[in-house]
Design a protein around this ligand. Sequence first.
Ligand SMILES: NC(=O)c1ccc[n+]([C@@H]2O[C@H](COP(=O)([O-])OP(=O)(O)OC[C@H]3O[C@@H](n4cnc5c(N)ncnc54)[C@H](O)[C@@H]3O)[C@@H](O)[C@H]2O)c1
Length: 257
Amino acid sequence: MHASQGGRFEGKTALVTGGAAGIGLAVANGFFEQGARVVIVDIRGAEEAARKLDASGSRVRGVTADVTVDSQVEEAVSKATQIFGSVDILVNNAGIATSITPRPFEEIGTEEWLRVYDVNVMGIFRFCRAVLKPMKAVGGGRIVNIGSAAAFKGVPLLLHYVSSKGAVLAMTRSLAKELAQYNILVNCVAPGFTISPAVLENEGQMSQSRTISLQGRAIARDQYPEDLVGAVLFLASNEASFMTGQTLVVDGGTYLH
Ligand SMILES: NC(=O)c1ccc[n+]([C@@H]2O[C@H](COP(=O)([O-])OP(=O)(O)OC[C@H]3O[C@@H](n4cnc5c(N)ncnc54)[C@H](O)[C@@H]3O)[C@@H](O)[C@H]2O)c1
């Protein structure tokens, strides 16, 4: 992969959680190609993914951290600021999604429910809390949360997942109201069913969700991680400097609002 010289994110540092694979990796690559310094945070594969994007390590670095552990989140943000001097953009993308087996809600165990919330909801809470100080120190920042179009559609058999993404939309709105005074803008991108590499490994999800998604889409083709990059970068850019608390649904025209 290559980096263009210059670009609209030159001088900015973007931290992407869950950036070692799928949508997060595509987004990390997008920021890199448009001139940003990038910190890929992931529970696995962060350093390797960073090296693949930028072998020199001068503009992309990987940090291994689990978004469910307070101290690891704090440490990841402090490493990012040590390496690149600031965190200007946070993309909260890490999530439990592709590994979930659809099942009736009454069969979802409490432990599995809490785990989904710990990653998908609390992980965002922890990262927003950790970047607050460094963002204030540089006079503001951008937060882009990755929600899901499923929260609008009311998808069955994934109640823990869908409701966790409902919480992401609500957090986006409340945080936007709370943080605008610091020039920190908070928005959300809600993808439709996206064929990230991990989805291909989950045959149950692949066969069920793919067919249903294709049937409901105005743009009748599969959605890939690269389809999300433009919307995330837009919300992190100067072009979106009067937008906060918004959710952009990027699903090929399935859920219309
Ligand atoms: N793929 C889809 O159909 C789809 C649809 C709507 C929304 N989303 C959302 O997009 C985001 C990315 O999804 P994806 O399809 O690229 O999934 P993925 O499974 O390919 O990637 C998720 C990444 O998050 C990382 N991660 C998981 N738990 C973590 C933890 N505790 N700490 C740190 N990192 C952790 C994983 O290692 C992985 O690299 C998720 O928030 C997901 O809910 C995905």
